[in-house]
Design a binder for this molecule. Structure first.
Ligand code: ATP
Length: 216
């Protein structure tokens, strides 16, 4: 999200994806303009709210013409970062890593795993889910403009690999290893420990049954 977006009220920002989807459909149908009434009926938001929302986008509809579809589409794409795909690298192409490469995240998302890295010669040189797997020795040379990495190596390797990632310019790490990693302040780490999450779910089911909580 860019800075301009900060000026848009949150309630308006929440409606952006809704507007975007409808405007995108209109564009695909070859429509050049749309009235606030048409929009209002399609997205179920009253037209006064639409006019106010759109004024934040710098889109001032003209009487008898409506809004320019192309302009709106450009604005939404830019604001929602739909034009920009964030490149992601994955380190550790084991069972979990392989599943992520096959899944990738492009279906409804603007992130894409572009490269995998592994230490095992059995995996290096392969393509999994269309993603090439490079040797971990090539990490620094290959990363280039990648800013996000997924960590699916064994726990014992996590800190060492994280340090190499940081030195190579990575700004965000999604850590799937059970290890807690230490990084400088400018790097954001999100930790997902599947075993802990599962254990926690089982614990909550046992000790805090939902119906009991609701009647409290
Ligand atoms: P598998 O059954 O394929 O080994 P796993 O997820 O159970 O999968 P792990 O031991 O967790 O295996 O290792 C995950 C992956 O990380 C493996 O493919 C392994 O080759 C790789 N790996 C181990 N050490 C490193 C390292 N230093 N750098 C990069 N990849 C590594």
């Amino acid at each position: 999200m860019n800075n301009e977006q900060n000026k848009i009220p949150q309630a308006t920002a929440k409606r952006l994806p809704l507007y975007y989807r409808f405007i995108n459909n209109l564009h695909l149908q070859g429509k050049l303009r749309v009235s606030s009434k048409e929009l209002s009926e399609a997205v179920k938001v009253d037209s006064a709210t639409i006019r106010r929302d759109f004024s934040y986008f710098g889109a001032l509809g003209k009487k008898g013409y409506g809004y320019n579809v192309e302009y709106l589409l450009k604005f939404f794409r830019k604001t929602l970062d739909q034009d920009e795909v964030t490149k992601v690298s994955l380190i550790g192409v084991g069972n979990l890593g392989t599943a992520f490469l096959n899944y990738n995240f492009m279906k409804n998302n603007n992130t894409k795993i572009e490269m995998g890295f592994d230490a095992s010669t059995e995996k290096v040189g392969k393509e999994i889910g269309g993603v090439p797997v490079h040797h971990i020795d090539e990490l620094e040379a290959k990363l280039e403009d990648t800013t996000v990495a997924i960590l699916t190596v064994p726990s014992s390797e996590a800190q060492n690999i994280a340090e190499r990632l940081v030195k190579a310019g990575i700004l965000g790490i999604l850590n799937f290893t059970p290890a807690r990693i230490t990084v400088p302040d400018h790097v954001r780490v999100h930790h997902i420990d599947l075993a802990v999450e599962l254990q926690s779910l089982v614990y909550f089911l046992k000790h805090y049954p939902l119906d009991e909580e609701e009647t409290e």
